[in-house]
Design a binder for this molecule. Structure first.
Ligand SMILES: CC(C)(COP(=O)(O)OP(=O)(O)OC[C@H]1O[C@@H](n2cnc3c(N)ncnc32)[C@H](O)[C@@H]1OP(=O)(O)O)[C@@H](O)C(=O)NCCC(=O)NCCS
Length: 135
């Protein structure tokens, strides 16, 4: 299957809410609750949209930033049916290139223990100290 990867590629909130509900096993939000397009336009350096030959959104990652040197990986997601084909890794690689090209110096990510093989092993992140407060 041929997949195309668009840095700041076309996205719709309807598609992203559906992909998010599938990937993170949440309820399905509607656009009034979660407007992805407005959120990404307002807060992100960029995002990567992966589409298959039928133009269906099969993967996505958001890249919010501080406007200068720090960017973050958020909501990496790949549709269930097409996992383990390298789409997630490619999404991150395109995000890395987008952040680097914009002059960012650091790309951050946090994740659960089970995703260590993906982010450390496949995507090339190095372990570091980080903190989190559940609000
Ligand atoms: C995590 C996720 C984006 C990976 O997407 P993917 O397209 O399947 O990833 P890749 O095919 O590029 O994976 C490459 C390698 O990374 C590792 N990897 C991928 N997903 C993994 C997972 N869920 N757990 C552990 N290792 C994983 C494996 O070593 C994999 O190689 P393999 O396919 O030979 O086993 C996808 O599983 C997903 O959408 N998960 C649900 C949402 C989620 O948890 N996102 C992360 C939020 S921090």
């Amino acid at each position: 299957m041929r997949i195309s990867y668009g840095w700041r590629g076309d996205i719709s909130s309807r598609e992203l809410n559906a992909l998010h509900a599938e990937a993170f096993e949440t309820r399905l939000f509607d656009e009034a609750e979660w407007n992805w397009t407005a959120m990404c336009e307002q807060h992100s350096l960029g995002w990567v949209a992966a589409r298959n030959e039928d133009d269906k959104l099969v993967g996505f990652v958001n890249v919010p930033w501080d406007g200068l040197v720090h960017a973050w990986i958020q909501d990496t997601m790949v549709a269930d049916a097409v996992r383990h084909q390298g789409i997630g890794a490619r999404l991150i690689a395109v995000a890395v290139e987008g952040a680097r090209s914009a002059g960012c110096e650091w790309l951050h990510v946090d994740f659960d223990d089970d995703l260590r093989p993906f982010y450390f092993g496949t995507c090339g992140f190095t372990p570091t100290n980080a903190g989190l407060i559940a609000l």
